[in-house]
Design a protein. Structure first.
Length: 159
């Protein structure tokens, strides 16, 4: 996994920034500010004044990250904050789960199994029963977690 950090000087009005041939819009409120773009696996994190502002899906494939100009290797990513909420979810027959009102596609290979989801302010980390990370997706909702246990359907017999 390649982690790179990039700093930009002044941005334009709409603040799209070019990175490895991809246009990345980090937001109008950040126009004219110096930001750091951190590429970590499937995520692109926008950092301004030392604070994480936004998390986006990374549009740059891992093979092209080594060729980004002015890129530096960043230190290890910080551990999940202590206030991260861990919840259980049963993967549907089509391979998806729902956490905080957000659909997450885990994969058909994990259908009908129970996974653990670690929900932070910016990301959702999905782990299998062995603790291996299956997916990391940016969190797009600000809803609170209301259900913590994984419930499945009970086997029903008709008679």
């Amino acid at each position: 996994m390649i982690r790179t950090t990039r700093r930009y000087k002044r941005g334009s009005r709409g603040f799209p920034q070019g990175l490895a041939g991809q246009q990345i819009t980090v937001g109008v409120p950040l126009a004219g500010q110096r930001v750091t773009l951190r590429l970590d696996g499937p995520l692109l994190q926008v950092i301004a004044d030392g604070m994480l502002i936004r998390t986006l899906p990374c549009p740059i494939p891992p093979q092209r990250r080594a060729y980004i100009s002015d890129a530096q290797l960043s230190p290890q990513p910080p551990k999940a904050p202590q206030d991260a909420v861990r919840v259980g979810r049963k993967v549907s027959a089509r391979g998806s789960i729902q956490v905080c009102g957000q659909q997450v596609q885990v994969g058909m290979a994990h259908a009908r199994t129970v996974v653990t989801v670690e929900a932070t302010d910016t990301t959702l980390h999905v782990f299998d029963h062995d603790g291996h990370r299956l997916r990391t997706v940016p969190r797009t909702t600000s809803k609170e977690v209301t259900r913590f246990k994984a419930y499945g359907t009970k086997n029903r017999t008709t008679g």
